[in-house]
Write a protein that binds this ligand. Sequence first.
Ligand code: G6P
Length: 608
Amino acid sequence: MCGIVGAVAQRNVVPILLEGLQRLEYRGYDSAGLVVVRDGQLERVRSTGRVAELTEKSAATHGLIGIAHTRWATHGAPSERNAHPHISKNHIAVVHNGIIENYEALRTYLTAAGYEFTSDTDTEVIAHLVHSHYARGNSLLAATQAALAELVGAYAIGVIAADNPDQLICARRGSPLLLGVGSGEHFVASDVSALLPVTRQVVYLEEGDVVELGRLGYRIFDAQGTQVERAVQVSELSNESVQLGAYRHYMQKEIHEQPQALADTLESVCNSQSLVPGIFGAEAAATFADIDSILILACGTSHHAGLAARYWLEEIAGIRCNVEIASEYRYRTSVPNPKTLVVVISQSGETADTQAALNHAKAQGHGHTLAICNVPESALVRLCKLRLLTRAGPEIGVASTKAFTTQLAALFLLTLVLAKTRGRLTAQQEQQYLHELRHLPSAVQKVLELEPLIAKLAEHFAGKQHALFLGRGLHYPIALEGALKLKEISYIHAEAYPAGELKHGPLALVDKDMPVISVAPNDALLEKLKSNLQEVRARGGELYVFADADTHIHAADGIHIMQMPEHAGYLSPILHTIPLQLLAYYVALQKGTDVDKPRNLAKSVTVE
Ligand code: G6P
């Protein structure tokens, strides 16, 4: 959600900015823009289309310093006048990611001071504020620091001035931003993938940092204004890992990467003979011995992973578990328990609501915190005492796939380690689970072979307006995830219900036009599920059943069966997720939607 790229170099930075923006497209945006300094003037280009359109419009633009932005509208409609960069008095240009909460008061004050607003954005106040301090003779750094002191809210920003072609100022608080270190050139970006063509050496900024970037060096100041050193790290992200390769879409690529992503996430555990708390961090053993319950906080797909984990945690580890949507929890009065382990789950590690929920939990006295996250240097990882990193690699498609299944794998590990800590895992069971985890990547690979059949099945859905997903128990969250995938990328209205709840409402919706998709593992609830499916069939509903091999659910008129290769016991939700991802993908193809960048959605939701 919103992307920033900036560069100060001894060569034309426009191609660097444009390529960076293109690599940030996946975060979600509705307009884009850039600005450079050329002959003492700011030269700005903006567009409401794709980055490709901005590239065409910038063909004649040239400069050795510049900032660029992809915008995801919050304040003001997606339009060229609201697109960043925003400029004050032809002199100061700003790009911003985040939300300035006190912008209305600042706008009133700045208007009275003679500043003219040309957009509806909150960002424009930053440009005018920096200008007001710069015009009083402050350096660009000091002017930006003074402006930031007046802001309430979250930001990552880049600032340049028309009469200062050598300095780029950037800062972060609540939104991600990192520096790229080159030779004779320096860069800034929202995430490392934007900088891979120019450098691998990066500096992750801390909350409140303000940076002055020049061609030959940079200076970082912390929230108190003290100059500080931050470690330069070499990113391990390969350029190939963010390239599409032979696939048609990132989502398809990422669905197919799941066997490897799971193998990588489970690597350290599968190579050892026993499960140890240490995989969650040095303090994990002491923490796990102290806790009596779990509270999971997350959003979107990550929340669904939490819902599935609750079944494992309560049943296998015998530990009480609550799962809450982060955006609700952060404003809810709840009863804190210092013996609770707060687990935040996030692909990006930057989701604003999840961060706020974690901070809310901490403020309530929760000291035990664990992040399950796919981005090692992200805010959530840094905010938690314990961590387990999923190793899914970069996920570019907005609809989360490999991040979800690796989150499930990580949560299963948490379950097993807690079960062992609590004396609920025999040595034999431990070995059996380790065996099943080692087998998981190849089991997922086998499910992927259903792809051609699912592509065919998807043709049935292209003309549908609605779909109902059913699951029971541990697989109800998988039905939720299947419905989310379908609505996100095909725009078909999809709902998920626990099958036992059918009679209490959704059955009223069932007729021949309502496809009903059911997850049917061979577990203890199978016979109950079969009865629920009969209820659907009796009302003329068309059934699409993803059934384990030995469930004895047979194809018939109005009943379409997709046979899963095997039943994976407790790990079954991971296998059953795959065909639902593929189904959503192929239905979206049928409908011709923008699979990787669905309308109105963003990959990283860094604002509330
Ligand atoms: C957005 C994304 C979803 C994701 C959710 C939570 O809505 O489009 O795919 O599940 O944010 O993101 P997180 O990075 O915290 O897992």
